[in-house]
Design a protein around this ligand. Structure first.
Ligand code: ADP
Length: 760
């Protein structure tokens, strides 16, 4: 279909598409248009990665806006929100207003009311629904990216319920759902009353295969020789072979540690394949990486990048990740070793994809479990760069003949599994049933059941009995804990229930927090960090071998500081208690100004993990503050202090100083040591003292003085006061978590307080 023939879209669109090199629609896109996607019809498009799904979404949204509507684009990952917004921002040249909804969960995002296209995560949309954002009633089109993630145990239920709510708020809403190729696209289409485009068309051919011995066996029956040299493993041989043809490779592995180790190993292979100019440019990127933070992870990443290799996982700081992605897209970095984060939508195609690990550790079974076909196919779909490569190749790695056969059967020939609703999981139902009542979607048991009928879960559960019995259990739990009240058939949320729903807490987290706070007098920071760490909303740190003993000792030592009744060593929840204590101690170390690299070392985490824990703790402590005032408990001051200390990573005496923009933990400590103890001191400070404490960095000093409200922040002609000593206070601030300076501010701006969801 020629772009000029798309009905109901803005007049400027065909020319705009041609400027982007798009003359005619890809077959699945044309099929979507034939099914009325630009005319308000519901559509499920199950299409492989990189086959132009985003344009289907754009067509639906632009046509909807053309009819004076408002469109919402739901992304599965925060990281994708800004990427998509940037993509749609090109429509602003034609007068459209595109917004991305970040910011905290408690606002109704009123400023979004005037936008034409809004990008948000499903958690954010869910919270907007809970906060009654009035503009949601005016939505005319909702697009869900990666709708197959309803299958995800953690975030799937929110997506599912959010879609059901939006559709029940506005029965005329156009729903467009984009999905990877899955086993039951038909069922999703039924659920959403939508037409279905189910296609395995790709703009560039994908050949799947398995490397075994010295050959790559492809699904078309062909074999390519890729010999493994001495001192080389199979991935290295494949990377070398790809490089010889000037191509890049993505290697997927099953853990962060493996990603780092593989990058280190493959760096020797890529090193041999880069020229002098590339080496210079890689050195510049490595320097930028080192600037992001001074941790071991940062150093390891920089060292690999200097040689043309990199790793990529959720433990990296955000700036690290984007530096790696850019360098890979610019073909400077020749291989990226990644955990599946990258497969989840970040747009980084490469000539070859190697899926090195097809099993992953699974905590619930305590052993290695095979990845799903859907996951493996998603990773494989990253192979082949349209316009650059004749075709892409996606390769699994076998170490025996039996494994070669098994991998062909299990992944190469296999179709992806059907997706299944995970709404029946208890935390999900608890949270969503409370929210559904609190936000007025249902006011009786039968109303609740009717609402739940609109979910995929109901569609996939035969008979209403099971739905009724889980719903009754959850209602009973919520009633028992004072979140809901019931009379006859009627259900209402209590004030506490409303607060919990608005705060976006799992009701069980709220119950745990209240239980710990109820008879707390003078809680310590550690006590509070432990309390928030044991709620289901915090991902606890795992206990490694030896940890159990260490933290059992600590639990006895610090027993009085911990809030609520401690379990005995023989109870099952004791281990959880200890994991929470480990998490709490990480937070305490951070708030005691322990160096970031010591923390990453001590707890076996990356800098991005510290940031994640800190953000979640901040959010949960904020929620605890609200709950405490709801109950009129006299602990709000202590919670606030613990929260701000966690936010900035400082001891109590630096809380005020570190709150000045641009200061941060290490600079605050040095200023304090130089006698500048409060923002007021800073406002009237002697400039040469400030300059010395900030290690002679004029620009930084000027910014900070300006933020503190100094009359004359200029550092012209000022010399650092030599008598000011800051020895032993550590390097400069550029830490991944709560650091200071522009980078940290930028990170802060990008973060939208949803860290409780984790970045997988
Ligand atoms: P997906 O969202 O399915 O992963 P994208 O929408 O990112 O894939 O599309 C991949 C690439 O294909 C983009 O660079 C996009 O500009 C390009 N593209 C999409 N549709 C067309 C088309 N009809 N003709 C040419 N290129 C297209």
């Amino acid at each position: 279909m020629d772009v000029a023939d798309i009905p109901s879209v803005p007049e400027w669109l065909p020319d705009h598409l041609r400027e982007d090199g798009i003359e005619s629609l890809y077959p699945p896109q044309a099929e979507a248009v034939e099914n009325g996607v630009t005319e308000g019809e519901n559509l499920v498009a199950a299409v492989p990665t990189a086959s132009g799904k985003t344009l289907i979404a754009a067509l639906a949204m632009l046509a909807s806006v053309e009819r004076d509507g408002t469109a919402l684009y739901i992304v599965p990952l925060r990281a994708l929100a800004s990427e998509k917004q940037e993509e749609f921002a090109e429509f602003e040249a034609y007068g459209l207003d595109v917004g991305v909804s970040t910011g905290n969960y408690e606002s109704d995002g009123g400023w979004l009311a005037g936008k034409d296209i809004i990008v948000a995560t499903s958690e954010k949309v869910d919270s907007l629904v809970r906060n009654d954002a009035p503009w949601l009633d005016d939505l005319s089109c909702v697009v869900t990216d990666e709708v197959h993630l309803v299958d995800d145990g953690e975030r799937g239920p929110t997506l599912e319920v959010t879609l059901a709510k939006l559709r029940s708020l506005n029965p005329d809403l156009q729903t467009v759902a984009l999905s990877a190729t899955i086993g039951n696209a038909e069922e999703l289409a039924d659920w959403l009353d939508a037409a279905l485009v189910d296609s395995d068309w790709r703009p560039i051919d994908l050949k799947k295969g398995v490397h075994y011995g010295n050959a790559l066996h492809l699904e078309d029956g062909s074999q390519t020789q890729i010999s493994v040299r001495q001192n080389e493993d199979q991935p290295a041989a494949i990377v070398r072979d790809t490089l010889a043809d000037d191509g890049s490779t993505l290697v997927f592995v099953n853990s962060r540690r493996n990603a780092e180790a593989a990058a280190r190993r493959l760096a020797t292979t890529t090193e041999a394949g880069i020229d002098d100019e590339e080496r210079d440019r890689l050195a510049d990127i490595a320097a930028e990486i080192r600037d992001v933070s001074d941790t071991e992870t940062s150093e390891d990443l920089a060292a690999a990048v200097e040689q043309g290799a990199a790793f990529h996982h959720a433990g990296l700081a955000r700036d690290h990740r984007s530096l790696v992605e850019d360098a890979f897209r610019n073909r400077l970095v020749k291989v990226v070793c990644a955990t599946p984060t990258l497969a989840a939508g970040v747009n980084t195609p490469s000539r070859r994809v190697v899926v090195r690990d097809w099993r992953r550790y699974d905590g619930s079974t305590g052993g290695m479990q095979p990845l799903s076909v859907l996951e493996v196919h998603q990773m494989m779909g990253r192979a082949g760069r349209p316009g650059r490569d004749p075709y892409g190749e996606a390769v699994l790695v076998a170490s025996s003949h039996d494994e070669l056969d098994e991998l062909f059967d299990r992944y190469v020939w296999a179709d992806p599994e059907p997706v299944r609703s995970k709404l029946a999981a208890e935390p999900a139902l608890r949270t969503h049933i409370l929210a559904t009542v609190a936000s007025g979607f249902a006011s009786s048991r039968s109303g609740l059941l009717d609402f739940l009928e609109g979910t995929l879960y109901a569609q996939q559960t035969s008979g209403r009995d099971r739905l009724e019995s889980v719903t009754d259990d959850v209602i009973a739990y919520l009633e028992r804990n004072g979140f809901l009240e019931r009379d006859a058939d009627g259900l209402t949320a209590t004030n506490l229930g409303h607060t919990v729903s608005r705060l976006y807490l799992d009701p069980m987290s709220a119950a745990e927090l209240l239980d710990g706070l109820d008879d707390a007098t003078d809680p310590t920071a550690l006590g509070l960090y432990h309390l928030v760490s044991r709620t289901p909303d915090m991902y606890e740190l795992y206990l490694r071998s030896g940890d159990e003993e260490e933290y059992t000792m600590l639990a006895y030592e610090r027993e009085e500081k911990l809030l609520g009744a401690a379990p005995s060593e023989f109870e099952e929840r004791f281990e959880d208690w200890l994991s929470a204590l480990k998490t709490a101690r990480l937070l305490e170390d951070w708030a005691d100004e322990v160096d970031e690299d010591k923390i990453t070392d001590r707890y076996g985490v990356g800098p991005g993990d510290i940031r994640g824990k800190v953000e979640t703790a901040q959010w949960l402590l904020g929620a605890a503050e609200s709950l405490a005032s709801e109950r009129q408990l006299d602990v709000a001051g202590a919670i606030r202090e613990a929260r701000i200390r966690a936010e900035h990573g400082v001891r109590a005496e630096l809380v005020e100083l570190a709150s000045v923009r641009g200061v941060g933990r290490k600079r605050a400590r040095r200023l304090f040591a130089a006698g500048i103890e409060t923002p007021a001191d800073l406002r009237d400070a002697d400039k040469s003292t400030v300059l010395a404490a900030l290690r002679g960095r004029r620009k930084t000093a000027e910014n900070i003085l300006e933020n503190a409200g100094h009359r004359d922040p200029s550092m012209d002609g000022v010399e650092p006061d030599e008598s000011v000593s800051y020895d032993g206070i550590g390097g400069d601030d550029s830490s991944a978590a709560g650091g200071s300076g522009e980078q940290a501010e930028d990170r802060q701006a990008k973060s939208d307080n949803q860290a409780n969801l984790g970045d997988f």
